[in-house]
Design a protein around this ligand. Structure first.
Ligand code: HEC
Ligand code: HEC
Length: 180
């Protein structure tokens, strides 16, 4: 009786133990015991990369001029720096109209399909010969905001000169807007 009981107990115990350890094994990969030793190594290798290459590999590569950024760096820079600055300006111009200011406000709802190409047809088309004059007749307040704030700030953030009508060079309305 005792022997039988203890055998049963042993069997029960060992099968429980086996069962538990099988469960443990299944759960192990997600358990922190394995991840903990790996974390400092991963952190080291992440930290080592920017240290070797300097600002180039920081997210958005703030030390690299816009023209020289990779696509990925441009995408990060848009998210980290450009959107924030523009959102602040657009909301300061008209809080109600631009409360939901986001990537799509400039790039359009099809931004992924167009690969963020600018200018985009999703923005208001401007007169090719006289974009500012025609836009002033259409909406003076927003046009002034575009001329005085959006163009110079965008140019600066993109490491370009604002459009100069005398030379025809620089970043202007048609960096974002299509022509009519
Ligand atoms: C205020 C308008 C504006 C907003 C908001 C904006 N972008 Fe841009 N984006 C531009 C302009 C203008 C360019 C093109 C600059 C140039 O002439 O090279 C551009 C370029 C890009 C490019 C590079 C495209 C290429 O072919 O090199 C990417 C990627 C991008 N934007 C992603 C984003 C993302 C992601 C967001 C939101 C986090 C965003 N943009 C928000 C105006 C905007
Ligand atoms: C960095 C990108 C960018 C540049 C550069 C830019 N705009 Fe805009 N513009 C926008 C965005 C974004 C809007 C708001 C679109 C919306 O409300 O959906 C806008 C709106 C406008 C509107 C109002 C359109 C409407 O539907 O009522 C006019 C007019 C306009 N811009 C003219 C200009 C002129 C003129 C210039 C050059 C002096 C210029 N923009 C430069 C991004 C730009």
């Amino acid at each position: 009786m005792h022997a039988k009981l203890s055998l049963a107990t042993i069997l029960l115990t060992s099968s429980l133990t086996l069962g538990l350890s099988a469960c443990d094994k299944g759960a192990q990969p997600a358990a922190p015991a394995d991840a903990t030793p790996a974390t400092p190594a991963a952190a080291d290798s992440v930290a080592a990369t920017p240290a070797e290459d300097g600002a180039d590999t920081d997210p958005g590569a703030p030390g690299v001029k816009w023209a020289d950024k990779s696509f990925k760096q441009r995408q990060e820079y848009m998210g980290i720096t450009f959107l924030k600055a523009q959102k602040k300006s657009f909301k300061a111009h008209d809080e109600a109209q631009f409360s939901g200011f986001k990537c799509q406000t400039c790039h359009g709802d099809d931004m992924k399909e167009t690969n963020f190409a600018m200018p985009t047809d999703s923005l208001f088309p401007l007169n090719a010969k006289d974009p500012v004059g025609a836009a002033m007749e259409y909406d003076e307040a927003i046009t002034k905001f575009m001329v005085e704030q959006v163009v110079p700030e965008s140019a600066k953030l993109l490491d370009m000169e604002p459009f100069n009508p005398e030379t025809g060079q620089g970043f202007g309305c048609f960096g974002c807007h299509p022509t009519e």
